[in-house]
Structures are given as structure tokens and as C-alpha cells.
Design a protein around this ligand. Sequence first.
Ligand SMILES: [Zn+2]
Length: 275
Amino acid sequence: MAPTHPDTAAELVDSHCHLNFPRYQKDLSAVRERAAAAGVRRTIIPAVDLAGSREVAALTTQWDGCFGAVGIHPNSSNEFSPAQLPQICSELLRLSRFAEIVAIGEIGLDFYRDHSPPDQQEKVLRAQLQLAAEAALPVILHNRDASAALLDILEEWVADLPSALQGRAGVLHSFSGDASVAERALKAGFYLGFSGPLTYPSAATLKEVAAQAPLDRILLETDGPFLTPIPFRGQRNEPAYLTYIAERLAVLRGISLAEVAAATTANAERLFALP
Ligand SMILES: [Zn+2]
């Protein structure tokens, strides 16, 4: 029998789920129905490359509660030559003007997978940070084994932020750093996004960070199809499972699920200027 979802009194926002990926193609409407039944009526779909950015922009026009981000993931940043970067950024800027595109992302650094050389990743990241400032949209950041380099770049960027982005620069999605990384990110004005690993038995440092971070700077996300929370770990992740992550955060902080839902929903609305 399927576990019953934790009951949320208020609604939740899944701030990061790759619903444009092929793994959702066959049953996307069922995925959306299950999300709505679990109280997750708004989802932000981040892109990882230019083709995906076009897909996401198109998807956001198709149903209520679907928002998106456009951008080039660090692991896709070697799919074009540096000379093509200005052209790619101008296409991203065009796509960013779709009404339901609420962020530039996901962008960042990945020194773990090593799909692209670090200097190319940094170039692509810096160009997109500039683009975000121009579009006046917050950024959704991917970080894997690159906290120091990423924070150096972000601190430089926020020092010269347009007024429209003050207090809403972006989020470190699927946060996986320790307390000192969290402290630097929060100080620079970023939100922290927490996902499935919050439910894993081993994630002691992560749980500590999630318990201590200011409640008004926390977002929840599934990062589907990846990082599926317990009790579905090993299966495809989807927005309906966000309730398990919310419930875990409530337990860690000793507050009610309704408080977690209300705060994280307000945070997502503020950061992404959701209607
Ligand atoms: Zn992602």
C-alpha cells in the first residue's frame, strides 16, 4: 500500500523540479494531479541547457502554477564555444521575458562531475549572472564541490546588484554545504533550498544547517527526478513528495508542518515574485 502523504494545512511550492525531463513525459498530467492533491500547486522548472530553456519557457505557458527558469547548467557549459556565449545569453534574455519565467537557472559550478573545464564553467556562470542582473531575475544556483569558488563569484556579484534584486538575489538549490558555507551564502543574501537528503539518515550536517538557518530564508524543493525523499528513495522523484521534505524540516525545527508550509511558500513568493 502506498504511504499516505503528510497532511499539509497550507500549500507548498516545489521550487525546483525538472518536469521537462523525458522521465515525466508519459505521465506528466498524473504527476501534476498528485502534486495538487498533496497541496503542491506551484512548481518552478529550472532548465539545464538552451534547448531545455526553450522547452521550459513553452511549458510555463501551458498550465497554471507552472513557472520556470532559463539558463545553462555548469555541466552543459562545454556544449558550445566561448565565442557563442554572447549569442546564447541574448537568446536566454529573450526567453527570460516570458511571463512565467521567474529566474535564471540552473547555473553555477560543478567541480565534482568535471564535464566542463572550471574556467569555462566560470565564464558561463559570470555571463549569466550579468544576464540575471540585466533581466532583474534572481538566480538558481547549482554547487557541487565548488563552494569557495562559487561564493567568491557571488559575493562579487551581489556587491553591485540592481535595486530590483536587492534581498532577492537567488537560492543555493539542493543545499549540501556545511554551516560555514550556509553562513556565507546567507550573509550575501541568498536563500537555501532543501531537498530529499534532509530525510536521509546520514545527512547530519545538512540537518543541522536546516535546523539553524533563518526560517525566512529557506525554500523547499524536490529536485525531481533526482534525490527522492524517504519513503520513496530509489524511485523517480516528483512534486507530490515535497510534503515528506517539509515534514522532516518541521520535525528538525520543532515547529508544525503548517508553519513550515506557510513560511517556505511566502519565501518562494518573495524570492521569485510569484503571483
Ligand atoms: Zn536541478
